[in-house]
Design a protein around this ligand. Structure first.
Ligand code: HEC
Ligand code: HEC
Length: 287
């Protein structure tokens, strides 16, 4: 038995139960060292980092470290990595960007986030479209799929306009022109409907003036191709009848189809718009 367990050699605390004395040994050395390291560390931490709560805030600590500052520093690092790219992009046309594989890659990566935040709520993930919102990933374009045109669309917005024809046509003329449009993508020619479409019937329809004589659309008017079986709104007879009767963005008609692409020139920078145009162009349908 070592001395520290010998009740005759060590001071006791005076407590005794049934002949067992409580000795007054100090705690083991390793334990004391551990304890001192702990409190010294705690004091150093309190001096360096925010720690002691005050009324509205806490002590700041010598290093003035905060989570927000850490995040800002990380953002700044990403910005610094991006800056040389963004500078180059600002001076380049979207066409030149697309010719440069490295830049084009960089642009697609960073534009995907922009697209998710600003465009996907309407156009769907990856530009897959949605009810009343055009698909951006196909090669059917209302306004044209050249990258410069896409820049214009994003910056200035678009608002297609087709007058409601419900009151301009007789019931029979309406039926005929609906059948004509339905037949177009099925390779069937509805002759009486074509007469209405070409404005040669008494009713006030000049469909060809916007959609073209061959009904293949006119990008300058934002008027879609009606002959390719791809439908912006609906390709059912019912849906086509609705579009022709009530028009698109015709303020006079309560049941008109609404189609407004908001302008982003004030919300996004020139470079961001350029990036988005390159991304949309490369979704698959660029011209
Ligand atoms: C509030 C819904 C909405 C948002 C947000 C939106 N768009 Fe659109 N976008 C539309 C609508 C509606 C049209 C069709 C306009 C029309 O029919 O005249 C359209 C049309 C377009 C077109 C023309 C397609 C064609 O066929 O010519 C492009 C390109 C486009 N959007 C890109 C974008 C991009 C890029 C963003 C994000 C910066 C975006 N849009 C955000 C609703 C939206
Ligand atoms: C003033 C020009 C204009 C005239 C006239 C016009 N349209 Fe349109 N039409 C448009 C535009 C623009 C759109 C697409 C609107 C949009 O998506 O923003 C459209 C859309 C349509 C659509 C929907 C296509 C789809 O993909 O869902 C149909 C169908 C259609 N027009 C048929 C007709 C017929 C039939 C006539 C004649 C009775 C006619 N339009 C007259 C401009 C016109």
């Amino acid at each position: 038995m070592s001395d520290k367990h010998d009740p005759y050699k060590v001071k006791d605390t005076g407590h005794e139960w049934d002949g067992i004395k409580e000795l007054d040994n100090p705690p083991p050395r390793w334990w004391m060292i551990g304890m001192h390291i702990s409190w010294i560390t705690a004091v150093i931490y309190c001096i360096l980092f925010p720690s002691i709560p005050l009324v509205n805030r806490s002590t700041e600590g010598l290093l003035a470290w905060t989570q927000v500052k850490k995040l800002e520093k990380e953002f700044a690092e990403v910005e610094a990595m991006r800056a040389p790219y963004d500078e180059k992009l600002l001076a380049m046309s979207p066409e030149d960007i697309m010719k440069n594989a490295e830049l084009s890659n960089f642009v697609q990566g960073s534009a995907r986030v922009l697209f998710g935040d600003n465009c996907a709520p309407c156009h769907g993930a990856g530009g897959a479209g949605g009810p009343d919102f055009p698909v951006l990933a196909d090669d059917e374009w209302l306004y044209g799929g050249a990258v410069e045109t896409i820049v214009e669309t994003i910056a200035d917005g678009r608002e297609g306009m087709m007058p409601a024809h419900g009151t301009l046509l007789t019931k029979e003329e309406l039926d005929d022109v609906v059948n004509y449009v339905v037949g177009l993508s099925q390779g069937k020619l509805h002759e009486k409907g074509r007469v209405v479409f070409m404005g040669e019937s008494p009713g006030e329809a000049v469909c060809f003036g916007c959609h073209g004589e061959d009904a293949k659309g006119m990008p300058d008017m934002g008027a879609p191709n009606l002959a390719d079986g791809i439908w912006r709104f609906s390709g059912t007879e019912e849906g086509i009848r609705h579009t022709i009767t009530h028009g698109v963005n015709d303020g006079e008609d309560d049941m008109t189809r609404k189609a407004i692409m908001p302008a982003f020139a004030e919300k996004l920078s020139e470079t961001q718009i350029k990036k988005l145009a390159v991304l949309v162009h490369q979704f698959g349908g660029g011209q």
